[in-house]
Design a protein around this ligand. Structure first.
Ligand SMILES: Cn1ncc2ncnc(NCCc3cnc(NC(=O)Nc4cccc(C(F)(F)F)c4)s3)c21
Length: 279
């Protein structure tokens, strides 16, 4: 056991099953802890790969942040271990997988689904609850996007992958890899940023749920997307209801201080209106 009397895990403690997903630094597998039969996700990452991208510090911060978080809409990180070549994260298993796949299959959600705040339901209200909890601990996720949103057996949303989370306020930045689509102006311009970056991403997510593509996507490439983000070049299609459009506009504000606070998101007419819509 560790100095704090915690159990030290090793790979042979688990039966490893099917691959659940392939991330940038490694794969996630379904696994069962042999003694207890407990089902979990096991993310396997290669030390060599982590060293090459100088992300060890980030991973330590993720583990530090995640092991202190307890919220129904935040995927648990139970612990980690390593062997000679690999690092393993022991994760809560989200049986319905990535929201991203659901989004692709459905093209876009009905307004009722996107806002629905029922227990089975979705997305924006549960996100706001999870972010409210995170921000109360001065943690910002900074990488809110469909790929990092998972669904458990009941279809309850789980925010995952705190690989980019930090304590707020923050100005240091390692070049963010992957899509720019979800980054706010202050991050694409590498300026100081705080919790309100997650409000921007919530606005991007709401737009994408209803329209099917992110608001500033520009097929001409990253630079064009960057320019659209910095200009807040937002066009809300006519099929989006005025209430939904109003919420999106109030979250996609250039100035972080002007973005709708989470308490106001949860009482916004568009969210409240759908509170008892059938799924
Ligand atoms: C797909 N899928 N389907 C079902 C299911 N159930 C559970 N989990 C799944 N997927 C894994 C979700 C993750 C949660 N936490 C993560 N954390 C992480 O990947 N951290 C991380 C990695 C590499 C580098 C860094 C660093 F150093 F750059 F910070 C940080 S990934 C599932």
């Amino acid at each position: 056991t560790t100095e704090r009397g915690e159990r030290v895990w090793k790979l042979s403690d688990f039966d490893v099953g099917k691959a659940l997903g392939k991330g940038k630094f490694g794969h996630v597998y379904l696994a069962r802890e042999r003694e207890s039969g407990f089902i979990c996700g096991l993310k396997v990452m290669f030390k060599e790969e982590m060293r090459k991208h100088k992300v060890e510090k980030q991973l330590r911060r993720e583990v530090e942040i995640q092991t202190h978080l307890r919220h129904p809409n935040i995927l648990r990180l139970y612990g980690y271990f390593h062997d000679e070549k690999r690092i393993y994260l022991i994760l809560e298993y989200a049986a319905q997988g990535e929201m991203f796949k659901l989004l692709q299959k459905k093209i876009r959600f009905s307004e009722a689904e996107a806002a629905n705040v029922g227990i089975r339901g979705f997305y924006i209200a549960q996100m706001a609850n999870a972010l409210k909890y995170l921000h109360s601990k001065h943690v910002i996720h900074r990488d809110i996007k469909p790929e990092n949103l998972l669904l458990d057996t009941e279809g309850r949303l789980k925010i995952a992958d705190f690989g980019w989370s930090v304590h707020s306020p923050n100005n240091r930045r390692q070049t963010q890899c992957g899509t720019l689509d979800y980054l706010p102006p202050e991050m694409v311009e590498s300026r100081d940023h705080n919790e309100t970056v997650d409000l921007w991403s919530l606005g991007v997510l709401t737009y994408e749920f209803l329209v099917g593509i992110p608001p500033f996507e520009d097929l001409r490439g990253e630079k064009a997307t960057y320019i659209r983000i910095a200009k807040v070049d937002l066009h809300i299609p006519p099929f989006v209801s005025p209430e939904a459009g109003d919420l999106i506009k109030k979250l996609l504000q250039y100035d972080g201080a002007k973005r709708l606070p989470l308490d106001k998101v949860l009482t916004h007419p568009w969210i409240v209106k759908h509170v008892d819509d059938p799924m």
